[in-house]
Design a protein around this ligand. Sequence first.
Ligand SMILES: [Zn+2]
Length: 256
Amino acid sequence: MGRMPRVLAKLLLPLLLPLLLVVGLLDLVASPPADAGAAPARPAVLGVSVIGHSAGGRPIRAWHLGTPGARKVVLVSTMHGDESRAAEVLTSLRDGRAVRGIDLWVVPTYNPDGKARHTRQNARGVDLNRNYPTSWRRVGGRYDSGRAPGSEPETKAMMRFLSAVRPAYVVSFHQPLDGVDTLTKHPAFSRRLAHALRLPVKTFSCNGGCHGTMTMWFNKHFPGQAVTAEFGAHPSRRELRGPVVRRLLRLFHARR
Ligand SMILES: [Zn+2]
């Protein structure tokens, strides 16, 4: 390297370094490195990101599908490890034909520890849907809210992920209360979602008042809207992977 380029590099490096760091962070979310899961057998998958690890050390994966730059939608299931049937909708989208018309992320197994242990809670016994730092309150037992707001690694991972993606819509799938929550920003969207999922509209009270839920946190901090959708105890797998997927895509003006 000659004298001038070296001087130039010295001058420019402090300016460029923060920029490179930011671009690197953005790249992590915008075009995550493909791993074995993005094999040609899954033509719909643009990439897969490990958004964090569970308390038990398991990776939490977000699959990127659809048309980058279109309206952003995030679908989350198995937040409670014993409510994993709704993941059929998300894995069907991931494993099927390419999705067009929305910029879509699916997180089929948000609580991998709970899924492995067949428990509602994570490996530390915390109900992730009470651990978010919006109206957090100390709760024990089945709805254990954790030792502090946002204390769990799964909560931190999803907060980082949603803050980076900033979706227009988040749908959080659960079981078995059979309904779509209208207690949200735009009840009209809840009604359209309920129609698409063939579920009744309901107002969920979280068994005595909602505290620290993911949808509350997202709705407070972002212009987009997050809605809870609860299937019944035993929804049909065939229904979830076929008609439900088709109607959900139609709701977002998407297709595959
Ligand atoms: Zn649930």
